[in-house]
Design a protein around this ligand. Structure first.
Ligand SMILES: NC(=O)c1ccc[n+]([C@@H]2O[C@H](COP(=O)([O-])OP(=O)(O)OC[C@H]3O[C@@H](n4cnc5c(N)ncnc54)[C@H](OP(=O)(O)O)[C@@H]3O)[C@@H](O)[C@H]2O)c1
Length: 255
């Protein structure tokens, strides 16, 4: 039996619209799951299009990243997550979180984005033609990057950033051990650890060392066996007010 799926977002917003008039479209194609399990629970079908709330934007999805958290939501494991996302089946049947696309509708309280803006960020239900995201969950897409490139950034890179900066509180001169450096989070953790001091203005030289170790999973080392010392390889442009740029000698230096 085909179950009717209802994506989140049911409160009509005071909006402006563009693109092929999304307001006039009542349905969209999406990847949905009716229960938890392996990839067999997924199917492509038509569902009602989401409607942005006042503080949300509606995004026409150009690319959607696949992060580890999406796998957790598909399988419903660890079981504890079901308390928040749905006991027997996900409350939002449309899968996906990482998103990159074009804003096609804005809620009445949205101030940072307009219709036509290219953005990327986190939108629950991004494996669809349209997805809604809270305004603070998306940012403008850099012009020099493609939708595909930015769509793999949000969840994994934010996790890495939070781990290294907020939790790890990495300081200049410290070395960072990254386990699983080939993974979504790990690959960003390597980059964030090697550049954070420059980008934050807490250092102008190659003061942060990054070393990753073998996985220890036997003789065959995996791609997560990345060993080396990262030096400050970040952008010359400071990312925060008051931050100082990296010195030219420090930028791109690796050992
Ligand atoms: N709290 C959050 O908000 C949040 C967000 C994202 C992720 N996470 C969690 O962070 C972890 C990593 O996520 P991810 O996206 O980076 O996953 P991922 O892309 O699947 O990468 C997993 C990494 O772990 C390595 N690995 C797997 N099994 C291992 C083992 N037995 N011993 C040593 N290394 C092993 C893999 O190495 P190979 O390449 O050799 O397989 C790979 O480098 C996951 O547990 C995920 O649930 C949490």
């Amino acid at each position: 039996m085909t179950r009717t799926t209802t994506p989140r977002g049911t409160t009509p917003a005071t909006t402006s619209s563009a693109d092929p008039a999304p307001g006039a479209v009542s349905e969209m194609r999406a990847v949905v799951q009716d229960g938890y399990g392996d990839v067999g629970v997924l199917r492509s079908t038509r569902v009602p299009r989401p409607v942005p709330k006042d503080n949300e934007v509606l995004i026409r999805v150009h690319a959607a990243g696949l992060d580890r958290g999406t796998w957790h939501l598909m399988t419903g494991t660890p079981y504890l997550l079901r308390l928040g996302f749905g006991l027997r089946r996900p409350k939002n049947p449309v899968l996906g979180r990482d998103v990159a696309g074009t804003v096609v509708e804005t809620g009445s309280a949205v101030t940072r984005f307009r219709v036509g803006d290219e953005v990327f960020g986190i939108a629950p239900g991004s494996f669809a033609e349209l997805a809604v995201a809270r305004e603070e969950k998306v940012v403008a897409k850099p012009a020099g990057l493609s939708f595909e490139q930015v769509a793999v950034v949000p969840v994994s890179a934010l996790t890495a950033l939070k781990s290294v900066v907020d939790v790890g509180r990495v300081q200049p001169g410290q070395k960072v051990l990254v386990l699983g450096a080939s993974g979504g989070v790990g690959s960003y953790a390597v980059q964030v650890s090697g550049t954070w001091c420059c980008l934050s203005g807490r250092g102008t030289s190659s003061t942060t060392g990054v070393t990753t170790s073998p996985t220890g999973r036997g003789a065959t080392t995996s791609s997560s066996t990345w060993v080396g010392t990262h030096r400050c390889a970040g952008s010359a442009a400071p990312s925060r007010p008051g931050a100082r740029p990296c010195s030219p000698a420090a930028r791109g230096a690796t050992a």
